[in-house]
Design a protein around this ligand. Structure first.
Ligand code: CTP
Ligand code: MG
Length: 230
């Protein structure tokens, strides 16, 4: 089933502390964002990659992708102050019935997960990638334990998150009217209430590159994949 993907890439990378947008940092001599784009570029069902960028970085992003085999699939849209605003702006450019949102900072997403997300969104309306929580999780106040949360029901949520377009549009319009700011798309759909969201089990290596040590993990993941492929 045909879909468009919104790729938020308009962050500043504050926690990475590189003094620039972390998506422009290189892995295997290519900017992180290109690794992410190449996954969707190779997906025949992906009709458009809507990359949400900061206006001041437009030239850099365009120059990076000009002449690429997937140039025709690309659309650039300007982002907002928060990730949610960036995705909202991206939604205006969607022209398919199914939409995915995928962080530019997650270059290791695997195709089978994307396919399952799309199928589930077609079937039930909303699906998100996640992995079971591995660690013991405790709730605390002022560094004092309040309780241990039952891990068996907990999932660590990633992107992509996939939706039938009207579901995500309505959730975003609702959040905008209410002034609600969530940390992912599904939380807006949850708050709005009426749709159940399915979880698709993803991979632990679909990391979001966030802090400097994630670059070490990222290099290790690339190396492992190169060994498996080669
Ligand atoms: N993002 C965006 N618009 C924003 C903020 C974030 O498009 N206003 C994007 C980022 O570029 C990233 C994704 O959303 O691909 C996930 O955000 P995050 O990992 O938090 O990246 P940054 O916001 O850049 O990092 P930080 O929070 O450390 O500043
Ligand atoms: Mg951020």
């Amino acid at each position: 089933m045909e879909y468009d993907v919104i790729i938020p890439a308009a962050g500043s990378g504050t926690r990475m502390g590189a003094g620039k947008n972390k998506l422009l940092l290189e892995l295997n001599e290519r900017p992180i964002i290109l690794h992410t784009l190449e996954v969707f570029a190779g997906e025949p069902d992906c009709s458009k990659m809507i990359v949400v960028i900061q206006p001041k970085e437009e030239k850099i992003f365009r120059e990076m992708t000009v002449g690429s085999p997937y140039e025709k699939k690309l659309a650039f849209v300007y982002g907002g102050a928060e990730r949610q605003h960036s995705v909202y702006n991206g939604l205006k450019a969607v022209s398919t019935g199914i939409v995915l949102v995928h962080d530019g900072a997650r270059p290791f997403i695997r195709r089978p997960v994307i396919k399952q997300l799309v199928s589930e969104a077609v079937r039930s309306g909303a699906a998100i990638a996640a992995v079971p929580v591995k660690d013991t999780i405790k709730q605390a106040v002022d560094h004092e334990v309040v309780q241990t949360i039952d891990r068996s029901s907990l999932w660590q949520v990633q992107t992509p998150q996939a939706f039938r377009l009207p579901i995500l549009q309505q959730a975003h319009e609702w959040a905008r009217a209410e002034g609600y700011l969530g940390t992912d798309e599904a939380s807006l759909v949850e708050k709005k209430g009426d749709i159940s969201i399915k979880i698709i089990k993803s991979d632990y290596d679909n990391i979001k590159i966030t802090t400097p040590e994630d670059l070490y993990f990222a290099r290790a993941i690339l190396e492992k994949r190169a060994q498996l492929d080669g």
